[in-house]
Design a protein around this ligand. Structure first.
Ligand code: NAD
Length: 487
């Protein structure tokens, strides 16, 4: 088994096919729980981005020209290496991101599965044949790579959310420049570069450029980056979308959420409260699909709140590297203070803390807020922290209106024992993913994943969507004898 410090080729280095110092500032990688410096990171400036994109542009054509079975083989080796080095990824995921070990283990297993699925992509059909109105003509459409794809990823599931773009993009013949978040640049970028290098990906096809917003903006603005795949906040996604729109550049935006969990009065409340707790508190609530609004029908409300508060108060909070805990730290102190501020502003407007509510440095207790109304920040803002705000409704129509009041539309859940009623309600919700009698944090990698409204621009990840996203279609018509026109 590799140790956490094996090699450290990446320390103070960028990956451009070789390990180079960055021209940007050197910055510390910090442990989320303690603030301790774990390593020093190089960052990429505008010139580094331009150099990488040029190398990637040149390397892409060769990679796309590799036979499909050779491309598949590299990706199979990536899958094996991910599994071999899982302990090392988990070590960094726990320290950089404050993940509890179970979350880190789930994430690396998910990346392994994604790598296996990507390895199966190169042998899939690459087009379709269409009939023609012209006699003697054949029409076919083929899927071609886009070229250089820029991937910009967040820190919360840094390995999965970068690799769900990187892997399919590479599988269909693109080159990729990845800009991880600086708070997760080791597990979400630099270790991945080592994996691709060891797997035999041709030099220059994959790059890792740690950096902040400016590095991301440089990647977005580079004319030879032909597509941006961005996962992160709606605010940043909107500004990236504006630049890509102006440049007529393909862009996939997977953004924030404020996901409702609707509990009808005929629901099994043990199940609903278990789903509510998991959906709200997993990874300290720092998940785009977090159950951020618990909408409960009046007859079920008191019992649901009691059961949820009981579950919340059983959850231990602390440093996941040193203690067995359910909740680790938030990613940084600023985020924890932001969550505290949302709770306090909501309490000032009449919300009631039923469990938790306290912050200790970057740690925040699993919190249940009752009496939450749509005017309160706990209802209207994406919390991204371990807080479950509960709002009461009377009728199904009212529940639908409350759900669709949010501009976001990522995931939703509906709990109820009458399937007809629950599924009729589900189909009225503006959400890219709806789960009946389950919770909002769900991902099966062969199923298209993505949001509506302010949660994205309609792009999807997973299964057939990966071909749609990372290729472009070319229509080729072949007239065997040639066609004579009137002039
Ligand atoms: P963020 O938008 O602040 O940062 C995401 C990435 O964008 C980082 O790598 C960051 O350095 C980069 N970036 C920041 N400003 C940029 C700019 N102007 N140009 C280019 N790149 C820039 O998001 P975050 O705080 O890291 O992540 C949390 C957010 O991500 C939440 O809103 C969450 O809901 C969302 N998210 C969405 C999904 C999804 O699949 N829909 C998944 C995870 C997280």
């Amino acid at each position: 088994m590799m140790t956490s410090t094996s090699g450290r080729n990446w320390e103070n280095r960028l990956f451009t096919g070789e390990w180079l110092p960055g021209r940007g500032d050197s910055v510390p990688a910090r442990e989320a729980a303690t603030g301790a410096t774990l390593a020093m990171l190089a960052t990429a400036d505008t010139a580094d981005v331009a150099a990488s994109v040029e190398i990637a542009r040149q390397a892409q054509a060769e990679w796309a020209g590799w036979s499909f079975d050779r491309r598949a083989e590299v990706l199979r080796r990536v899958a094996s290496l991910i599994r071999e080095r899982a302990a090392e990824f988990n070590h960094w995921n726990i320290r950089e991101c404050g993940s509890i070990p179970a979350k880190a283990e789930w994430e690396i297993q998910a990346v392994y599965e994604q790598a296996q699925m990507a390895a199966a992509m190169p042998m899939q059909p690459v087009g379709e044949v269409y009939p023609s109105a012209m006699p003697g003509r054949m029409n076919y459409c083929q899927r071609l790579p886009i070229g250089v794809v820029g991937v910009i990823a967040p820190w919360n599931f840094p390995i999965l959310l970068s690799m769900r773009s990187v892997l399919p993009a590479l599988a269909v013949g693109n080159a990729v420049v990845l800009k991880p978040d600086l708070q997760s640049a080791v597990c979400g970028g630099l270790l991945l570069a080592e994996v691709f290098e060891a797997a035999g990906l041709p030099r220059g096809v994959f790059h890792v450029l740690p950096g902040g917003p400016q590095t991301g903006a440089d990647l977005v603005a580079h004319p030879d980056v032909k597509m941006i795949s961005f996962t992160g906040s709606t605010q940043v996604g909107r500004s990236i979308g504006e630049v890509c729109g102006r440049m007529l550049k393909k862009v996939a935006l997977e953004l924030g959420g404020n996901n409702p969990l609707v509990v009808l009065d005929d629901a099994d409340l043990e199940v609903a409260s278990s789903c509510g707790a998991w959906g709200a508190f997993l990874h300290q609530g720092q998940i785009c699909m977090q159950a951020g609004r618990h909408l409960v029908q009046r007859g079920a409300a008191e019992r649901y709140i009691g059961l949820l508060a009981e579950r919340a108060s059983r959850l231990a909070v602390g440093n996941p590297a040193t203690e067995p805990v359910h909740l680790g730290p938030l990613i940084n102190l600023r985020q924890a203070e932001r969550v505290e501020d949302i709770v306090q502003r909501s309490v000032a407007l009449g919300a009631r803390i039923v469990a938790g509510g306290r912050r200790r440095g970057p740690f925040f207790e699993a919190t249940v807020l009752a009496d939450v109304t749509p005017e309160m920040p706990a209802f209207s803002e994406e919390i991204f922290g371990p807080v479950a705000p509960v709002t009461v409704f009377d009728t199904d129509e009212e529940a639908v209106a409350l759900v669709n009041r949010s501009p976001y539309g990522l995931a939703a859940a509906v709990h109820g024992s009458a399937m007809g009623r629950a599924s009729a309600l589900a189909s009225k919700l503006r959400a890219g993913m709806v789960h009946i009698n389950d919770q909002t944090v769900n991902n099966e990698f062969h199923i298209p994943f993505g949001g509506m409204g302010a949660s994205g621009n309609g792009g999807r990840f997973g299964g057939p969507a990966n071909f749609e996203e990372f290729t472009q279609t070319q229509w080729v018509s072949v007239s065997h004898k040639g066609i004579q026109y009137p002039f």
